[in-house]
Design a protein around this ligand. Structure first.
Ligand code: FES
Length: 77
């Protein structure tokens, strides 16, 4: 499941989710959105995997839904 790299993750996102790529999606842990997108594209296809790799949504998890939304789009067939 984690052995596939998605080479064009931005192409899978709707325009609204392509904004603010270099700003914090996870402001609790200072993780920029593009780092999360790259982690997903490189195989972190679950919320837990994204947490482990980037620390986004770790802790109180207030951005979990936004991270899940990125996963859903990027991992969609
Ligand atoms: S903004 Fe990511 S855990 Fe709060």
């Amino acid at each position: 499941m984690n052995d596939t790299t998605i080479s064009n993750p931005l192409d899978k996102l709707p325009e609204i989710l392509k904004r603010d790529l270099d700003e914090y999606l996870c402001s609790c842990n200072c993780v920029v959105k593009m780092d999360i997108i790259e982690a997903i594209a490189n195989g972190a296809t679950t919320l837990d995997a994204v947490k482990r790799q980037t620390y986004a949504a770790d802790g109180n998890g207030c951005c979990s839904r936004q991270v899940e939304e990125l996963i859903e789009h990027i991992c969609a067939p």
